[in-house]
Design a protein. Sequence first.
Length: 101
Amino acid sequence: LGGIVPFVADVRTVIEEVLLPFHGNLPEQLWRVMLVVWLGGGGPGFRTYRHVAAGAPMCGEACPAEARLPGLRGGDVAPMFDHLRGLAERHGRCAVLSGDG
């Protein structure tokens, strides 16, 4: 695969939205990549990751500030998981998670 891997959609998105913005901060990169994997590639169309990381609207709902992804050493993840659980209950699991996330 070598030269084509950066062109695979999910890999390219992780590079652009996780690895580059947190360049030089390996622990934070790994923390965020772990969430991307847990969501099943960032969720459908990477929307779930963008929702909790940057507050992008998803399923017609804003992400409350307290439900945003905290930094690795920055806080409690329970509000984020509770918010995602609520979205999944209202809109269906497939609207929040992808694959086996």
